[in-house]
Design a protein around this ligand. Structure first.
Ligand code: ADP
Ligand code: MG
Length: 288
């Protein structure tokens, strides 16, 4: 049987948009001193749309370049893949089936297409491969740009944009007023990270981080005596959600994030985090 106090707070928490999976973490939310947010799908909608795309290969039209990129992305579940596939569908492009599909965690994807080794990668991965950023690829700081490569050569680029969730600003302002340090950690590039961080007035941000880096950032803060909450939606956030003192998953995110987290934001509204802290504190003091 469920103890009465838990039963009451479960229905009370539901009203506040919270699903509590770990009661200790819930009550400990009063101790949070730093909160780390993932960007894509957490502070932003995670709904990418292609804004620009260009071929850099004289034998390919821009739509042929998009067709190749969409074919590769057809095996990916990343929000970037969703945006590229939507664009290809709008243009009625016929896709081919890639083989040997692989995720390059936090950096892109690779697969074999038409017998060639192809990949779609982040600006950071492009640099790692010793390739220069093509002229014109970056125009707007808020765009996420990825590159299509074939056998180590750049065939083209695609720029995508995502929007900040309408509730994110109020959520950040409230947390800051509560004296909590608000930080973002994202796998996306430096320019996008900076643009989102500046727009929301965050205390700090980390860009181009891998899933294990997100976990390490939390570990380092904990070693300095910080009580850390992590909010994320993706498979790549799971190690950090597990590491955090309070792991908070966004309801619209992946099952892996939800299963790893202590608390789930049922309505995917980051403003419910301040409800969590107030309600967790009240429950701890047995006011409710
Ligand atoms: P985030 O922390 O923002 O959720 P990810 O770790 O999922 O980021 O991805 C980081 C970066 O890796 C993306 O910004 C993109 O450059 C690249 N990337 C990841 N998956 C894909 C994909 N399916 N297609 C193209 N690029 C990808
Ligand atoms: Mg995410």
């Amino acid at each position: 049987a469920v103890p009465l106090v838990v039963a009451i707070s479960t229905s009370e928490s539901a009203k506040r948009g919270l699903l509590i999976r770990n009661r200790t973490a819930f009550e400990n939310s009063r101790k949070i001193s730093t909160i780390i947010f993932d960007k894509t799908g957490t502070l932003t909608q995670g709904d990418f749309g292609v804004t620009r795309y260009e071929s850099l290969d004289s034998t390919l039209t821009k739509d042929e370049m998009l067709q190749l990129a969409a074919s590769l992305e057809s095996s990916s579940e990343h929000p970037i893949a969703g945006g590229i596939l939507r664009k290809a569908k709008e243009l009625d492009l016929k896709l081919s089936e890639p083989t040997n599909f692989q995720n390059i965690t936090g950096k892109g994807i690779k697969a074999t297409l038409n017998g060639k080794q192809m990949s779609i990668v982040s600006p950071g991965m492009l640099k790692e491969q010793g390739l220069d950023q093509p002229v014109g690829a970056f125009k707007d700081d808020s765009e996420t740009v990825v590159f299509l490569l074939q056998e180590g050569e750049i065939l083209g680029y695609l720029a995508l944009s995502d929007e900040i969730r309408p509730e994110s600003q109020a959520a950040i302002d409230t947390l800051k007023k509560q004296g909590i340090k608000v930080v973002m950690a994202t796998g996306d590039n430096e320019m996008v990270a900076k643009a989102v961080s500046t727009s929301l007035g965050l205390d700090d941000y980390y860009a181009e981080v891998l899933p294990e880096d997100k976990q390490k950032i939390i570990q380092d803060l904990q070693a300095k005596g910080e009580f850390v909450a992590m909010t994320g939606d993706g498979v790549n956030d799971a190690p950090a959600l597990a590491q955090a003192d309070v792991g908070i998953a966004v309801g619209s995110g992946t099952d892996v994030a939800a299963e790893t987290a202590d608390i789930i934001l049922v309505n995917s509204n980051p403003q419910d985090i301040s409800n969590l802290i107030l309600f967790g504190t009240a429950t701890y003091k047995k006011i409710i």
